[in-house]
Write a protein that binds this ligand. Structure first.
Ligand code: SF4
Length: 296
């Protein structure tokens, strides 16, 4: 029985930087420690941060005062209004927004100021998307190509104008898959042929998807180390399933599927191991060791 790791897996540069900045803050400062929302989509890391003294701030329920505190902004970033609110309440901000997300925010603001109607291809509730929207208040989030005609109708009725007078552009959530982005862009172009398309997809997530796609033909099943709350981890599951492999997302060694769930010791000759961009190295190692321990 063989375990084969994907060539690229686990923490991306942006998440590693975010977690390191938070750990440094915990070591250096004698102040109250906060993260603006959960720092990353991984329970293990969140638990470690809690043990280091961090509490999680809720955007909808900020404490009246945050004096004598430090707040770490997560890799997904935040909008300008929320940043002002945090500063007004007296916290010192450590900005761990991923540079790629900063670039999307900058682009969104620039397009808004130039009078473009901005589409954002991504998940409406995702923190990164919600943050970027704050830089382009007229932006429209599209999750799937099937929504496009509905969205365009609403846009035209709001503008009360012919569609060829509206300047349009689109950017992507950094973790969306390329085919998904292309299908949304193609659909919008049916209505707005002059749509300006920016490629803001992060290569980190694509590299992990490509590495897993390459690995799939060599293995019988796939374990993805990570958290179901992480969208790029869920995409890895989709990649494995598209290749016809039984696959599971596992957020702890103890959560490996049991024989009853089809992960029987004798069932597979080989297992592929991948991990989302928010999965720490230690968790990948522990899951690998547990698979070996079970005799897979
Ligand atoms: S996936 Fe890409 S954009 Fe997102 S945090 Fe990692 S490096 Fe940054």
């Amino acid at each position: 029985m063989r375990i084969i790791r994907a060539d690229v897996l686990g923490f991306c540069a942006g998440v590693r930087r975010t977690v390191n900045l938070a750990r440094e803050a915990a070591g250096r400062h004698n102040k109250r420690l906060f993260t603006m929302g959960p720092l990353i989509h991984n329970e293990r890391v969140l638990h470690d941060l809690e043990n280091s003294g961090f509490s999680v701030l809720d955007e909808e329920a900020l404490p009246e005062t945050l004096v004598n505190s430090i707040t770490v902004i997560r890799a997904h970033g935040i909008g300008p209004q929320l940043r002002s609110e945090l500063t007004r309440r007296g916290t010192e901000i450590i900005d761990a927004t991923c540079p790629n997300v900063h670039e999307s925010q900058r682009k969104a603001q620039e397009l808004y100021e130039k009078g473009f109607t901005l589409f954002i291809a991504g998940e409406k509730k995702h923190g990164e998307v919600r943050g970027i929207q704050m830089f382009a208040p007229n932006s429209i989030v599209v999750e799937h190509k099937d929504e496009v005609s509905c969205v365009v109708k609403a846009l035209l009725s709001r503008h009360n104008s012919e569609k060829n007078t509206i300047k349009t552009a689109i950017i992507a959530q950094t973790t969306i898959s390329k085919p998904e982005y292309q299908s949304i862009c193609a659909e919008i172009k049916r209505f707005f042929p002059d749509l300006t398309v920016y490629d803001t997809i992060c290569p980190a997530t694509q590299k992990r998807q490509d590495a897993l796609a390459k690995l799939c033909p060599q293995v019988d099943a796939v374990i993805i180390a990570g958290d179901k709350a992480s969208s790029n981890t869920r995409r890895l599951l989709a990649v494995a399933e598209e290749h016809g492999k039984p696959a599971w997302i596992v957020n702890a060694a103890s959560a490996l599927p049991s024989e009853r769930a089809g992960f029987g010791i004798d069932k597979f000759d080989s297992v592929g191991l991948s991990a989302g961009t928010s999965t720490p190295d230690i968790l990948i190692d522990e899951i690998e060791q547990e698979i070996i321990r079970r005799g897979v």
